[in-house]
Design a protein around this ligand. Sequence first.
Ligand SMILES: Cc1ncc(COP(=O)(O)O)c(C=O)c1O
Ligand SMILES: N[C@@H](CCOP(=O)(O)O)C(=O)O
Length: 491
Amino acid sequence: MQYVSTRADASAASHSLQQFSDILLGGLAPDGGLYLPVEYPQVSGEELNKWRHMSYADLAVEILKKFAGDIPEADLRALAHKTYTADVYRNVREGEKAADITPLRVLDETEGKQLVLQSLSNGPTLAFKDMAMQLLGNLFEYALAKQDAQLNIFGATSGDTGSAAEYAMRGKKGIKVFMLSPHKKMSAFQTAQMFSLQDPNIFNIAVEGVFDDCQDMVKAVSNDLEFKARHKIGTVNSINWARVVAQVVYYFRGYLAATRNNEQKVSFTVPSGNFGNICAGHIARQMGLPIDKLIVATNENDVLDEFFRTGVYRVRKSAETYHTSSPSMDISKASNFERFVFDLVKGDGKRVRELFKKVETEGGFDLSGAPGSDGDEFKLVANYGFKSGKSTHADRVQTIRDVADDYGIVIDTHTADGIKVAKEYMEPGVPMIVLETALAAKFNETILEALGQDAERPAGFENIEALPQRFEVMPADVSKMKAYIAANTGL
Ligand SMILES: Cc1ncc(COP(=O)(O)O)c(C=O)c1O
Ligand SMILES: N[C@@H](CCOP(=O)(O)O)C(=O)O
């Protein structure tokens, strides 16, 4: 499989095609775009039948090999089996099997409308990021060992990517992690999870700004090609295609576990911020997985909900980005949205460049087809199955209470946003799978408010907030950031 940048000129595309292994360590494309495969590999009914009873690791191999043909299948198999084990994804609820890796639980079935929770947060850091990040850590180690190279990961987090990356990369030979997070905007648990790590290869930088400021800096540093090459900069954000592809696997797993035959369809509701998770669902659908709807659930930071309702993409400035009780979704400039726009404009990289230039200069674009708009591609969105909705603090507190009362489980604030929105789109005969993107323990402040009691804590995290913390506070200033990285890479 070959890869092309979302901003590549069609005429020049043949000169800039890359292999999976080439883009694995590099992250952002040199033209500032994101990588996508030149075409989505297709999945047949026969394959789906074969995959129904496979282990998660074997299913991952089947999907990965369609995207990473330049890595020998035996190596992919070894990596997947090292990653997707019951021991790594052990934080399951009572009655669920860790060996399922992403267990499904039917919450409700009323009048043929099935509400299902797919648990993606059983890994070491209690969020769905572990699903891809654990694999990425092993892939990086594999690729670096082959080249005897080193990698300095420069990433941005609103709370979960950071800890997942640091837990996956700590102690890994040849890898350092520089992770930007918005100062004082993560939950106490998330902050402690990252900042209490004392490993010498981990550098936590609390930025005076919001997540979007952090992600902008990651992109600015990556766009300085000379600096990027000299300091061997790579990324673990969903900028990195391997992250997205690893997330495609659990959509297949969810579909296969919720259905009996390939005639059946399911819908997915996805708590969304940077659009990486649901972008993986979009790719699964484009590969032929029988997904009916893909529902984008946002919190009060509703840029994506606005687009999927109106066709207007209007990013918010840092000062207009709210600090909410589902803080990992406090994002107003969703990076992976560019991947979807590339598909929406039929792979026209020049048009993607123009549209995202407009985002920089005018704060957005309008594809609604209204007089004076920038295009009318919004009418095509329905072909991709996208719908959307929004949830507020009051909604998520109420949803956490309702789910505890009705189904006897405690969900986190992001999953609550998902369930609130999912309920607006349930249909008889089409299971609605809500992705559980984190465990409640990470957002205890809101659980306490909703239920009057603490969230259960998996073993090993009992007193995490009391541990000593190590981090730097820095302004959102690219040149200062580069100086910090340069001083610490030793290159
Ligand atoms: C717990 C949680 N839920 C939802 C999201 C949103 O996912 P995405 O950014 O892939 O849209 C995030 C952050 O990515 C998260 O950490
Ligand atoms: N919500 C994320 C933000 C970064 O998203 P990513 O998928 O691009 O890594 C977080 O928790 O850090």
